[in-house]
Write a protein that binds this ligand. Structure first.
Ligand code: M6R
Length: 614
């Protein structure tokens, strides 16, 4: 999604902003732009182009720019196609603005402004903001009053950074339902939509909250709240920057995704650290007096891979707690009449903690008096903060995930949800001491087992090379492996642009098997459990229709091996954690196919890392 960086200070602001934007490239974008003020008394320069940041870089290099302040943006198109004209910053009159989010009432505002004689140079929702602020300034309002008035008019979500001609020492900002933070160092002050933008400058940072607006200058920050409706300054809490440059480097790997797949053993160790020990589960800090009288049902809300992690979690939670669990796609949940009430525990699963639909689902659940918690990778993110006042949060501790395709966050989500299921089952007296010991042991075995499994990396690449020209694929599995089939298919779609479907294996004969022929490779997922024989029958059904079979199965599954064209053997693990082993292989398969096809692994087309719009 879009990225914002702004800077006022002693360093060359153009360099700072361009460096910051380069750190945000991972979020996905289609155009980039910058507005900068070369020096006091000069006019603001504005450059913006469709395409990669390098296109913008090439254009501004010719200007040899130095500047005392700048705002920059990477855009992921929502309103209007990717184009130079639609790229940010947008300028009108004295105002330059960059914006993340969506202005829902922009069409209405634009029509009014058109009727008043305004001309627009883009198709974006954002441009109305520049017009509105300029209009307010023309009424002789000071910039902060202008911003306050405009914020009252706008509906939707925004984080904004604004520069004004004739006001060379200040950058203005406002935030509502879209992330924005400030940074300060000895030589200047920053605005950014993501702390990674600031890793090269090591400032202290302060998260903004909804309704914040104000300005920064080289050595000053003034911040007010639209929500509190007072004119008092709001106090900020400055913290050291959490992100470090190492976390946003590929190291010896060709792609972040490959690096993050290989980080999974460590990520899982971190997810378990301090939460299991001596064969016991211990999840401190959750403010939930969990009893069956209080919690009658559980809703899990999430999107994409996080939703599939939720489907795995449902299996564990229902089996251990004997409480009904619904896993809901957040974009549906938020608009549906749900049975959410004060007896519902709602669990949001999200890597970024920013996903707009998941955030809205949690807001809805809170408004219906549900107990809410998150399983989330970004401490302090919007979803995290919403849940803080309710049950609380379980951090994934997976470390930053840069590649758009989720890998280590996905497996960590499953692991943390398993910890939650165990802790709640123990609390309810539904977990025997023996079960606790064996399940904790199974979890603790994972980092080592996955490290060994990653030894199949080259073999999976070789296997992937057989499928480069296939336009479609099918993934099937049963039990807690059918969510992994969904995840495998999603990975294949988003990375290799192969149309892939995931299906519960038993559901094939109710329709999808009609698509199976010799052009359809089928990935069949097997666990070491009593569903193996059933899945083997499903394998036979697709094989009989000519499909090429790629089985991911326990090493000792000889019958499976005999019936498969390609076989990836998994070390034996406790069935409780088997889904995680298969998850790693489907990740590697999609990764290698994507790389072999020469596609952009870390930034697949049309996608963004954090989906902060509906
Ligand atoms: O940050 P979140 O976990 O809330 O993101 C949810 C989805 O957008 C995300 O999992 C998406 O499906 C990934 N591209 C999958 O690889």
């Amino acid at each position: 999604m879009c990225g914002i960086v702004g800077y006022v200070g002693k360093k060359n602001a153009v360099q700072v902003v361009m460096q910051g934007l380069s750190r945000l490239e991972y979020r996905g974008y289609d155009s980039a732009g910058i507005a900068f003020l070369p020096n006091v008394g000069h006019a603001t320069h504005l450059q913006k182009y469709q395409g990669q940041l390098s296109v913008l870089q090439n254009h501004i290099r010719e200007l040899d720019p130095t500047a005392i302040m700048a705002i920059g943006h990477t855009r992921w198109a929502t309103h209007g196609v990717p184009s130079d004209a639609n790229a940010h910053p947008h300028k009108y009159g004295r105002v330059q603005v960059v914006h993340n989010g969506i202005i829902e009432n922009y069409a209405h505002i634009k029509n009014q402004l058109l009727a008043e004689g305004h001309h627009f140079s883009s198709e974006t929702d954002t441009e109305v903001i520049a017009h509105l602020i300029d209009q307010q300034l023309s009424l002789n309002k000071n910039p902060l009053d202008a911003l306050r008035t405009v914020a009252d008019i706008l509906r939707g979500a925004y984080s904004l950074a604004i520069s004004l001609d004739g006001d060379p020492h200040k950058l203005y900002f406002a935030k509502l339902r879209s992330p924005l933070l400030l940074g300060r160092s000895h030589d200047g002050v920053f605005i950014a939509s993501d702390e990674f933008a600031l890793v090269d400058f090591g400032p202290q940072v302060a998260e903004l909250v909804d309704g914040d607006f104000g300005y920064i200058s080289e050595d000053e920050v003034e911040i007010f709240s639209l929500v509190e409706k007072t004119t008092a300054l709001r106090k900020l809490s400055w913290q050291p920057l959490r992100a470090v440059a190492d976390q946003v480097s590929k190291g010896s790997f060709k792609h972040f995704m490959h690096k993050e797949i290989f980080e999974q053993p460590e990520a899982i160790k971190r997810a378990l650290a301090g939460r299991v020990g001596d064969g016991k589960i211990n999840l401190p800090g959750l403010g939930l007096d969990f009893s069956k009288a209080q919690v009658k049902r559980i809703h899990i809300v999430a999107c994409g891979s996080a939703y599939y992690a939720g489907l795995v979690a449902k299996t564990d939670l229902e089996a251990m707690l004997k409480i009904s669990v619904d896993v809901e796609i957040a974009s549906e949940y938020r608009y549906r009449q749900t049975l959410t009430d004060e007896h519902t525990l709602v669990i949001a699963i999200s890597q970024s903690g920013e996903t707009a639909d998941t955030l809205a689902a949690i807001e809805k659940a809170l408004s219906l008096n549900a107990s809410c918690m998150s399983i989330c990778n970004v401490v302090g993110s919007a979803i995290w903060r919403k849940c803080e006042g309710s049950v609380g949060n379980l951090s994934l501790n997976a470390g930053p995930e840069i590649s758009v395709a989720s890998t280590k966050a996905f497996t960590s989500q499953i692991v943390v949800a398993k910890l939650l299921a165990l802790a709640l089952a123990k609390h309810l007296g539904g977990l025997s001491a023996d079960e606790e010991v064996s399940k904790v042991r199974a979890l603790l075995s994972l980092p080592h087992k996955i490290t060994d499994l990653l030894g199949s990396d080259n073999m999976v690449r070789l296997l992937a090379s057989n499928f480069i020209d296939h336009p479609k694929m099918l993934y099937i599995g049963r039990g807690d492996l059918y969510p992994i089939a969904y995840e495998g298919a999603l990975k294949m779609k988003e990375l290799a642009y192969i149309f892939a479907e995931g299906y519960p294996a038993g559901e094939l004969k109710h329709g999808p098997i009609a698509t199976v022929d010799s052009d359809m490779p089928v990935v069949v997922l097997f666990g070491n459990d009593d569903l193996m024989a059933k899945t083997l029958s499903n394998l036979s059904e697709v094989k009989a229709r000519g499909a090429k079979i790629i089985s991911i199965a326990p090493m000792n599954a000889e019958l499976v091996q005999e019936d498969s064209d390609f076989f990836i053997g998994l070390d034996e693990v406790d069935p409780f954690v088997a889904s995680l082993m298969s998850a790693v292989i489907v990740q590697l398969l999609a990764y290698h196919l994507c790389d072999l096809k020469g596609l952009d692994v870390d930034k697949p087309r049309n996608l963004a890392k954090s989906v902060t719009v509906e």
